[in-house]
Design a binder for this molecule. Structure first.
Ligand code: NAG
Ligand code: NAG
Ligand code: NAG
Length: 379
């Protein structure tokens, strides 16, 4: 009897031990299910990679939250797939930050990653920095950024934070534009960002964060996105401040969605080369093509002569319900944007990256610059 009781006591004690002390990783319960991550003892950081913030999205359709939580523990040990994107060389793109390693690509790519001080819990209510990756809205991924150093430093400076990155749909899959596209199909890449920010609101407390103290930050296309969330706010408050580095909602400029329907426009070419035709049925046809058929053809629209810039990297001004229903420049003029703190600026000498004017690039033959001069505005 006595033995049995102490055995029970031991079991109870063991089950109450923080997960990080055992051989298993830290566990976090979320609206997408329970995830087990990795405890990085050297840096005093818990890492959760590849958490789903939405259901696998249907092409050109806004992503929905996870409807039914999966049973059991999900692994949050490795990054989820990156959103489909062209190899760097094909677009003449520029790697901003660490080299892109987007070797594992899938349309099922709506994942986020969390770095937090080890064992942060519901009582801690730590501020959260969300980082929106750059890449011209046609490349990049949340897996490019490692929050370990930042979070470790935040601990040593006694201002601990949680750092989050995520993937959002890119290029044609995130930013298709056409008069044939329903309003909801426009700017789904930005809608994904909004979805991720809502997920963070719903789950912040469970991973030790404070939903009321979320700062959105980003560089390049991520910086543009930060501005766009100020101009086109969610009906729900999802952040309290922003940091925008080297990008604005005004550049490269917003065009009407029909711009893609002009002769030589992205949609015109894409619907033609896929055999989807030009009429009202073309959109549904593009949506239903198997990915393996669709993607190589879609990629070919990223190259000149279709446009000297990838045709799908920019947002388009569409009707109500399309995320961008007005020109951001008009909104700026009208003072119609979120009145929240923001740090905004440009990285010193970043333009050199694009024009090849700095020393190391100037010493390379110009044939190595795959960026045509006319395209330098799109990053
Ligand atoms: C997660 O949920 C499970 C089942 O509801 C519960 O037993 C566990 O204590 C929770 N874990 C955390 C870290 O909240
Ligand atoms: C690729 O991504 C899928 C889906 O997120 C994931 O399950 C798989 O482990 C990844 N594979 C590699 C090699 O990283
Ligand atoms: C594609 O364009 C060519 C040349 O204009 C035209 O002949 C052909 O019918 C088009 N194909 C489709 C499916 O629209």
């Amino acid at each position: 009897m006595l033995l049995q009781d102490s055995f029970k006591f031991l079991l109870l004690t063991l089950s109450l031990l923080p997960a990080t002390l055992g051989s298993r990783g830290p566990i976090v319960n979320t609206t997408s299910g329970s995830y087990i991550g990795v405890h990085d003892a050297d840096n005093n950081v818990d890492v959760f990679k590849g958490i789903r913030y939405a259901s696998p999205p249907k092409r050109f359709t806004p992503a929905a939250p996870i409807a039914t939580k999966p049973e059991g523990l999900q692994s949050a040990v490795g990054f989820g797939a990156d959103c489909p994107q062209p190899p760097l060389v094909e677009t003449g793109g520029v790697a901003l930050g660490p080299p892109l390693q987007a070797t594992n690509q899938s349309e099922d790519c709506l994942f986020l990653n969390i770095w937090r001080p080890a064992s942060a819990s519901i009582e801690n209510k730590l501020p959260i920095q969300v980082y929106l990756h750059g890449g011209g809205l046609f490349e990049g991924s949340g897996s490019e950024w490692d929050g370990t150093g930042l979070v470790r430093r935040s601990i040593t400076t006694h201002k601990p934070i949680i750092f989050i990155t995520f993937n959002y749909r890119l290029g044609v899959l995130g930013f298709i534009g056409s008069a044939q596209a329903p309003n909801s199909a426009l700017n789904v890449g930005l809608q994904d960002q909004r979805r991720a920010l809502r997920w963070i609101q719903d789950n912040a407390a469970n991973f030790g964060g404070d939903a009321l103290r979320v700062t959105i930050s980003g560089e390049s296309a991520g910086a543009r996105s930060v501005h766009l969330h100020y101009f086109f706010p969610d009906s729900r408050k999802t952040f309290r401040a922003g940091i925008s580095s080297s990008g604005t909602s005004q550049a490269p400029g917003t065009v009407p969605c029909e711009w893609h329907d002009r002769p030589g426009g992205g949609y015109t070419i894409l619907s033609n080369i896929t055999g989807c035709g030009s009429g009202a049925a073309s959109f549904r046809c593009l949506q239903d093509l198997p990915f393996d058929t669709f993607w190589p053809l879609a990629l070919s629209t990223y190259q000149p002569p279709v446009g000297s810039r990838p045709p799908w990297s920019m947002v388009c001004k569409g009707p109500q319900g399309s995320f961008i229903d007005e020109y951001p420049s008009k909104k700026a003029l009208d003072g119609d944007f979120l009145n929240l703190p923001i740090i905004t600026g440009t990285n010193l000498n970043e333009g050199n990256l694009l024009i090849g004017a700095n020393n190391f690039q100037a010493s390379r033959p110009s044939s190595e610059y795959s960026i045509p001069p006319t395209s330098i505005t799109w990053i």
